[in-house]
Write a protein that binds this ligand. Sequence first.
Ligand SMILES: Nc1ncnc2c1ncn2[C@@H]1O[C@H](COP(=O)(O)OP(=O)(O)OP(=O)(O)O)[C@@H](O)[C@H]1O
Ligand SMILES: [Mg+2]
Length: 461
Amino acid sequence: MAVIIVIDDEHLQQEILKTILEDEGYEVHAASSAEEGLELIKTLNPDVVLTDLKMGGMTGVQLLDTIPDDIIKPAVIIMTAFGTIPSVVEAMKKGAFDYLTKPLEKDVTVIAVKKAVERMELLKENIRLKNALFEKFKMDGIIGRSKKMSEAMDIVKKVTPTMVTVLIYGESGTGKELVARAIHYNSPGKTGPFTAINCAAIPENLIESELFGYEPGAFTGATHRKIGLFESTDKGTLLLDEIGDLPFLTQTKILRVLQDKEIRRLGGKDSIKVNVRIIAATNKRLEKEVSAGKFREDLYYRLKVVTVELPPLRERKEDVPLFVSFFIDKYNQEFGKRVKGASEGAIKAFMDYHWPGNIRQFESVIERAVLMCDTDIVNLNDIRGELHLPASETAITDMQIPEKGINFEELEKELIKKAMLKANNVAAKAARLLGMSYKTFWYRLEKFGIQTDSSKEDSPP
Ligand SMILES: Nc1ncnc2c1ncn2[C@@H]1O[C@H](COP(=O)(O)OP(=O)(O)OP(=O)(O)O)[C@@H](O)[C@H]1O
Ligand SMILES: [Mg+2]
């Protein structure tokens, strides 16, 4: 329920407003002076304040100035007697939401309050969303304690409090965008916009209009003005993703923006100041692109001043267990599951795998495993398909030893029989399947009295 404070030195006026607004379903508190009202504002954190302009003591306009900054500022509606326009203008300049002239009309008052409440709901929603973003992209949401990742994060943490340009290098799925967002949402410009443009995905002829915008008539089909990303990201962060794929001519223009901090819309005459932090990301080695004549050397030098190099997962295997629990937690929550962890066999398989799609691939493997998992542990069976593991590997690593124990000889015999079956009774082949020498294998065949297809075999030398 929205909370409203009514401030008026006339008791009757307080009572009338209270009745009207309580009828509308609001929680209403009254104060007889701005000073008293301010105390209520501090303790109740109201959505809307309706205040008289002239009272004994502080005026309604002065009250606007004294509301502390550490609360979400309520929408203030000034009530004023007819003929005090200059004060109203001053109040509106100081951030009052609206004004009402006395004597108050019921309907007009109710509508003004309703609008103010709606505005506050939007504002609070906005703050909630922003906070969720800050939470989502906090630095410790970036997993990794390996040496290479720690080195990368050391650099990230150093540049975050500045507005310096950053170049992020990393193979696909190593977390380039995640790091770019974390930099933004922890930087001085964090309340500004974050936008990303994938230079590889946008056709060459469109990329400049996306970035710089255009004026009507700039080219055939440009019927209206378009604001580009540099302008709409003012006071925020623009991620130029896959910058290695930026057309050569556009590179020149980007260099100019970095140097002069201004842009010109296509077909426009004036330069427009922009204050945008640039983060560039690439999975191409830009120095190679420079040697190949595809990337401007001057832009490369300009960008590479601060380079963050995100290691591929295969070069930071020690982080694998961290990712396992991080993503299992995440998808437990998402799917309402209670998976506790991964089997030793599964972890070993994760360690051995080369992860061409890096963390993105890892995440989707765990996502699927958590979803599919029938027990409280992710087993090799849950991930085998994903990692293209041969079945035999799965069988052995995941094998459970039952409570009553096992008879090792029986097990050995079973395995040998199975290997023979799989090898079409060719002992040499079966031996290979079990990683045994032919001689050892043959000895066991004899011991267990297992028949071989003698037409295909010689006895061991
Ligand atoms: N260190 C990390 N900790 C937690 N999650 C991560 C980490 N690195 C990447 N991820 C997650 O992996 C997924 C892929 O990351 P991201 O999109 O940032 O990669 P990318 O390098 O931009 O990939 P691409 O080059 O394919 O665009 C995202 O869901 C991201 O949240
Ligand atoms: Mg990306």
